[in-house]
Design a protein around this ligand. Structure first.
Ligand SMILES: O=C(O)C(=O)C[C@H](O)[C@@H](O)CO
Length: 256
């Protein structure tokens, strides 16, 4: 058996890929989303109540569908990165990356020695399909996609160096944290934020890497697609449910 193909990584140079934030933290909800036509799902280990076991359940649930899982870790912790890779994460997103040095350390956490310092799980791990994948240790990195998030002023200032870091496959802009960091809380459409988002996109592409962003408002998503973002999260599952539920209630009870 070969290391599983990573369709998300393979698609980064193609048409814009549309995804959805998955915050319900269950395999059941993840499987429902995976059947709806999204190209990818963001399994959020940062802000959703996820653990390694719940992320595993979502990876297993969506594996049967043409919807690529992207797993976001809560931090830069190399031990957590090791666990997420061992359960079979092949597209990993890391928040709050501000420097190329941080990016290089994150790459090293995903690589076995001598390129890095990832610990060896071997046949204990889903990633190796419990030992069935031949040459996993020498080929896993070929199907691994590392996405680093730029979502601060310093990250934007260092965007090209971050994106150019060998082993970084993509940069994902966090518009809500970025706007907060530079003093425009809750206003990612502020002109200063928009300028920084555009700069980060251009710097990422200048480094030959793919760029992603979260844009749950249609007008923003279409603007970012026009700008050339390669992958865009255009929905958040919890928000989608709340919106549909409130609209249903309003149909029978008005806007009480
Ligand atoms: O900063 C951002 O924007 C993101 O990284 C996405 C948020 O963390 C996500 O929780 C949606 O609100």
């Amino acid at each position: 058996m070969q290391v599983p193909h990573n369709p998300f990584k393979a698609s980064l140079t193609g048409d814009t890929r549309y995804g959805c934030w998955a915050g319900f933290a269950t395999g059941y909800a993840g499987e429902i989303l995976a059947t709806t036509g999204f190209d990818w799902l963001l399994i959020d280990g940062e802000h959703a109540p996820n653990t390694v076991p719940t992320i595993l359940a979502q990876l297993q649930a969506v594996a049967a569908y043409p919807c690529a899982p992207v797993v976001r870790a809560v931090s830069h912790d190399p031990a957590l990165i090791k666990q997420l890779l061992d359960i079979g994460t092949q597209t990993l997103m890391i928040p709050m990356v501000d420097t190329a040095e941080q990016a290089a350390q994150l790459v090293a956490a995903t690589r076995y020695p001598p390129q890095g310092f990832r610990g060896v799980g071997g046949g204990l791990t889903r990633a190796t399909r419990w030992g069935e994948v031949e040459d996993y240790m020498t080929t896993a990195h070929e199907e691994l996609c590392l996405i680093v998030q730029v979502e601060s002023r310093s990250g934007v200032d260092n965007a090209e160096a971050i994106a150019a870091t060998p082993g970084v496959d993509a940069v994902f802009v966090g518009p809500f944290d970025l706007s907060t960091d530079i003093g425009h809380i809750g206003n990612p459409n502020h002109p200063e934020v928009q300028t920084m988002i555009r700069h980060t996109l251009d710097a990422t592409h200048a480094a030959g890497k793919a760029a992603g962003i979260l844009a749950p408002v249609e007008e923003d998503a279409k603007r970012y697609a026009d700008w050339g973002f390669d992958f865009i999260a255009v929905g958040i599952d919890i928000s989608l449910l709340r919106q549909a539920a409130k609209e249903t209630v309003a149909r029978y009870k008005g806007d009480k």
